[in-house]
Design a protein around this ligand. Structure first.
Ligand SMILES: NC(=O)c1ccc[n+]([C@@H]2O[C@H](COP(=O)([O-])OP(=O)(O)OC[C@H]3O[C@@H](n4cnc5c(N)ncnc54)[C@H](O)[C@@H]3O)[C@@H](O)[C@H]2O)c1
Length: 245
């Protein structure tokens, strides 16, 4: 029996690197998956797709209504959608428009989607699971204040919801990735970055997806609530002081 047989999953950001990797892994483990994004995922993935623009104020509500109509009920929710990180959006230059887009998609839509999915799970008496994709930069500056602030906010949203939903058997958690090239990740110099990673290689979307499967499955993750799992090859351990064996 596959790990997620019978589960019904909604995955935002399903056309991007990490969201797409998670959607594919969920399908491989037997879940029925509905992916959402502003662009369609590649047809060869076979991900059932619903368009949803989370930069619109009502975007999260339209997505949820559409997802419930298509899936019937939702037992797994993953929020991986996020706008492109633009290196020009430094603390002294980021515009209000960029701030609103970043926080609107990551934090505002992330919170309302997760909360409403949580309510829906309570209604359906489903021991559901919710997973927010945050970042190493929820704690460390990234020269992208709207990005790091939204990820810090998502972390608190995850904890707030985890406490109130756990008594209904609903587990809420987060994964904080780093160094997963492709999609929205832009490394100025990949070689230099890899040299900083204790494991000695960049990550892949599947590195994140396999941890997501473990957290979302009741076989491995059943007692995991309100926590953030860092999946970054050890990059988060590095500081400006170089490692010394
Ligand atoms: N790649 C990494 O190393 C890394 C590191 C830390 C955190 N993350 C987080 O992981 C998640 C996925 O990142 P990724 O690298 O796969 O990025 P990505 O850009 O490949 O994927 C993000 C997806 O969100 C979608 N999106 C953008 N605007 C949208 C909107 N208005 N409405 C709906 N969808 C929209 C994009 O179309 C894209 O497919 C993000 O939350 C990101 O912050 C990634």
């Amino acid at each position: 029996m596959k790990l997620l047989e019978g589960e019904r999953a909604l995955v935002t950001g399903c056309a991007g690197g990490i969201g797409r990797g998670i959607a594919r892994a969920l399908m491989a483990e037997g879940a029925k998956v509905l992916g959402s994004d502003i662009v369609a995922p590649p047809a060869e993935d076979g991900i059932d797709f619903i368009a949803g623009d989370l930069s619109r104020r009502d975007g999260w509500r339209m997505l949820l209504d559409g997802a419930v109509a298509r899936l019937g009920s939702i037992s797994l929710f993953v929020h991986a959608a996020s706008p492109r990180r633009l290196e020009a959006d430094t603390p002294l230059s980021v515009s209000e428009e960029s701030w609103d887009a970043m926080t609107g998609i990551n934090l505002r839509s992330g919170f309302f989607l997760a909360r409403e999915v949580g309510r829906h799970m309570i209604e359906h008496k489903a021991p559901g699971r919710i997973l927010l994709i945050t970042s190493q930069h929820r704690e460390t500056p990234r020269n992208l204040p709207h990005y790091s602030a939204s990820k810090a906010g998502m972390t608190m949203v995850m904890k707030e919801l985890a406490r109130v939903l756990a008594p209904n058997g609903i587990r809420v958690n987060a994964i904080a990735p780093d160094a997963i090239p492709g999609g929205g990740f832009v490394a100025g110099n990949l070689g230099e970055l890899v040299a900083q990673i204790p494991l000695g290689r960049a990550g892949t979307p599947d590195d994140i997806a396999q941890v997501a499967i473990a957290i979302l499955s009741e076989r491995f993750g059943r007692y995991v609530v309100g926590t953030t799992v860092e999946v970054d090859g050890g990059l988060g351990l590095m500081s400006w002081i170089p490692a010394k064996a």
